[in-house]
Structure formats: C-alpha cells, structure tokens
Design a protein around this ligand. Structure first.
Ligand code: SAM
Length: 247
C-alpha cells in the first residue's frame, strides 16, 4: 500500500482488527516500509539535538518498535541502551537491526508495558517516538509517571509532538474521522486496537509534565517539510527530587 515491500491494505485491516500488541506482531516484518515508523529526517534532526545534550551513560527508548530511536541513541550512550516495547514481533526486528547498529554500548530489549516500566532511576535520557497514539488520554499520567520513575534525577524525557492543528483544518478533520472509526471499532470488537490521533499534543503534554515536576522546553523549526509542524520536547527532571514527586 505504501511501498512494494510494505503491508497491503487488507493486511492493515486484519492488523487493525487485532489487539494493539497482536496487530504490531503481524505488522513487524513490514513495519519499516510504512509511514508509521519515525521518518529519517525526523530521526536525523533528533539525533543532532541529542548529540548536543549527550553523551549519556544510559538511554531508554520507550515503545521502541523496530529500533528507529535506539539506532540514534546507541552511539550517544557510553554504557547501555534499552528498548522497551509490548510487541514481541517488533522486538525481534529491533534485535536484528541493533546487531548491526553503530555504537558500542550494550543493547537490551525488554518486552513490557510503557505504563508500568520496571526501571528505577536508571536512565539519563528516555525517548518516546510515534507511540502516544497508543496511550489512552486517561493513561497519559501513568505514562509520564512511568518515565519519571525510570529517569535518574536530572534525566531528560525527549519526544516529538505538535501544537493542536486548527480545529477545521483538513488534518484535524481527517484525524477526528479516523478517531471516530477507531472508537466504533473498539466499541464493537474486543480486544481493542488503541490508536488515536491528536493525543499528547504540546499543551496537554506540557501540563502533565509540569505537574510531575519536569521542566519543559519545546524546540521548533528543526524538521523539514512535511514534518515542520512538529517540535522536539525536552522535559527535564530536577537534579534533587522533591519528596512529593517520589513514588
Ligand atoms: C508506531 S510504532 C513506533 C515505533 C518506533 N518508536 C518508531 O518511532 O518507529 C508504536 C510502537 O508502540 C508499541 N506500543 C504500543 N502500546 C504500547 C505499550 N502500552 N507499551 C509498550 N509499547 C507499546 C507498539 O508495539 C509499536 O511498536
């Protein structure tokens, strides 16, 4: 549908009728030929931002998929990089990619839920790319908490988001139509495939991160068209934790 080696329309339909986890297991071998993978120009710009902030001892890619972010992170980490994802199929492809990825730091791939990551103050930086659509708005606080627990004091949560598009713009209308179809699908078919657009946009992300004690900075103008609506968010935990923020 998107590329000769990518999934067909019907394969996407079958995946969309599966659970989120199973859908990604099915899509995994062809995922890199879809526009759902974080595109190269975005990864390159992000790599430059991370290079200015690094080097890091340890980095985490939350919802790492087939390893797009891990590949950027590894050369910037001196000790280890960890990729976490809920889909075994995606992790299998990530393992193959990371076997030939640049950098010398140790690579660990963990199957797990981003909302309940098993890490405590272990990482200097955590990325999350292209995955906020799989987190329901009611779970976003849990995601922020899970990332905050995984970061060392002073650690950074780095991700890409955007401002909300104008409410009647074609982009907003298309996204709302897609979300409506997914809501109907998820009302009628179990288990759900959680995938919604326009989630964790900058105003909401900033609010949740500030409430959790992060300092938040948004960097604009880094991506070429057609990605120029996006910004990189650098959210930093304080060096010394506020006892109220500890969990
Ligand atoms: C669109 S892909 C993005 C992959 C990669 N970060 C990238 O930018 O190319 C979304 C990924 O999120 C994973 N995912 C969805 N919900 C998750 C959850 N609750 N916990 C961990 N991973 C999750 C999926 O399995 C999938 O690999």
């Amino acid at each position: 549908m998107f590329h000769p080696q990518g999934p067909t329309f019907w394969e996407l339909v079958v995946q969309g009728l599966s659970s989120t986890e199973r859908g990604y297991d099915l899509l995994a071998p062809k995922f890199d030929y879809t526009p759902f993978r974080t595109p190269a120009p975005v990864l390159q710009a992000l790599g430059r931002v991370l290079q200015d902030l690094g080097p890091f001892q340890a980095g985490l890619d939350v919802c790492c998929g087939t390893g797009a972010g891990l590949e950027v992170l590894r050369p910037l980490c001196t000790e280890r990089v960890v990729g976490l994802d809920i889909s075994r199929g995606m992790l299998t492809v990530a393992r193959q990619r990371m076997a030939r990825a640049p950098g010398a730091s140790e690579v660990t791939l963990v199957r797990g839920d981003a909302l309940e990551m098993p890490f405590r103050e272990e990482f200097d930086v955590a990325l999350c790319l292209g995955a906020f659509g799989h987190i329901l708005p009611r779970d976003e606080v849990r995601l922020v908490d899970s990332v905050a627990r995984a970061l060392k004091p002073g650690g950074r949560f780095v991700f890409v988001t955007a401002d909300p598009p104008p409410i009647w713009s074609p982009l907003a209308l298309l996204a709302r139509l897609f979300n409506l179809v997914m809501r109907i699908r998820n009302l009628m078919i179990r288990p759900p495939f959680v995938m919604y657009y326009l989630t964790f946009l900058l105003p909401r992300a900033r609010k949740l991160l500030l409430e959790r004690g992060f300092e938040v900075e948004a960097l604009w103008g880094l991506f070429p068209r057609p990605f120029s609506r996006g910004c990189v968010v650098l959210a930093r935990l304080p060096e010394a934790r506020n006892p109220a923020g500890n969990t």
